[in-house]
Design a protein around this ligand. Structure first.
Ligand code: ZN
Length: 213
C-alpha cells in the first residue's frame, strides 16, 4: 500500500494535506468464497446453520480493518515559535499482523519537536490509524508513522513509541498473553540529543534503552 499525500492549493497559513491510500481493491465476493473454502479446508461445513453467515462477516471484518479513512493533515505555521515537545500519549489502535492475519492492538505515543509548522493533535491519532489499517508488522507501523511526520511536518525531531499485544503471541506459539512488544523510532534531535531523547522517553513512560532503534 502506498500513501499518497497531496497538498491543497491553499494559502500557506492553513495547509491541508489530503492523505489517501492507494489501496489494492478488496474483492468482497472473492474474500467470502475464500473464507468458505478455508472453512471447508479446516474440515468444517460452511453451509451449516452456525457458519452460514461467517464468510460474509469475516470478509466485512477484513475489509473494515484494511480500509483506512482518508483525512486532511492540516498544518499551521508555528507563529508562537513553540519549541518544546508536543506529545500525544496512548493513542489506541488495532492492526493486523501480516504473518498470521491476527490482530495486534495497543497504544502509540507520538511526539514531535516543532520547527516551522504545527499540526492539530487529533491528526497524530489519524496518522497512527492510517498506517494501522493495513497488513502490518509493528516495527514497520512505527517507522511509517515517524517517517510520515518527518516528511510532512519537517519538525526538528520526531518520536514514536508503540506498545502492543499480539494475538499471535498470546493465543498460539509461545502462549504469552499480556506480553507487550515495544518498538520505537526517533528522528532528528530526538534521536541525537540525549536530553531530548530522555525527556521524550520519560514522557512516554518507557524504560530507557528498551527496544530502541
Ligand atoms: Zn503474527
Amino acid at each position: 500500500m502506498t500513501t499518497l499525500a497531496r497538498y491543497d492549493a491553499a494559502d500557506d497559513s492553513h495547509r491541508a494535506l489530503h492523505v489517501v491510500q492507494d489501496d489494492p481493491a478488496i474483492d468482497l465476493a472473492a474474500t467470502q468464497r475464500a473464507v468458505a473454502d478455508l472453512l471447508t479446508a479446516l474440515g468444517r461445513d460452511p453451509s451449516s446453520p452456525h457458519l452460514r453467515d461467517t464468510p460474509q462477516r469475516v470478509a466485512a471484518t477484513f475489509a473494515e480493518m484494511l480500509t483506512p479513512t482518508p483525512f486532511s493533515m492540516t498544518t499551521f505555521p508555528n507563529d508562537e515559535g513553540y519549541d518544546e515537545l508536543v506529545l500525544a500519549r496512548e493513542i489506541p489502535f488495532s492492526s493486523l499482523c501480516e504473518h498470521h492475519l491476527l490482530p495486534f492492538s495497543g497504544v502509540a505515543h507520538v511526539g514531535y519537536l516543532p520547527a516551522d509548522r504545527i499540526v492539530g493533535l487529533s491528526k497524530l491519532a489519524r496518522v497512527v490509524r492510517q498506517f494501522a489499517s493495513d497488513l502490518q508488522v509493528q516495527e514497520r507501523l512505527t517507522t511509517q508513522v515517524a517517517d510520515f511526520l518527518q516528511t510532512t511536518l519537517r519538525p526538528h525531531g520526531v518520536g514514536v513509541v508503540v506498545e502492543a499485544e499480539h494475538l499471535c503471541m498470546s493465543v498460539r506459539g509461545v502462549h504469552a498473553p499480556g506480553t507487550r512488544t515495544v518498538t520505537s523510532r526517533l528522528l532528528g534531535t530526538l534521536r541525537v540529543d540525549p536530553r531530548l531523547r530522555q525527556e521524550f522517553l520519560a514522557l512516554t513512560r518507557t524504560a530507557p534503552g528498551s527496544a530502541l532503534q
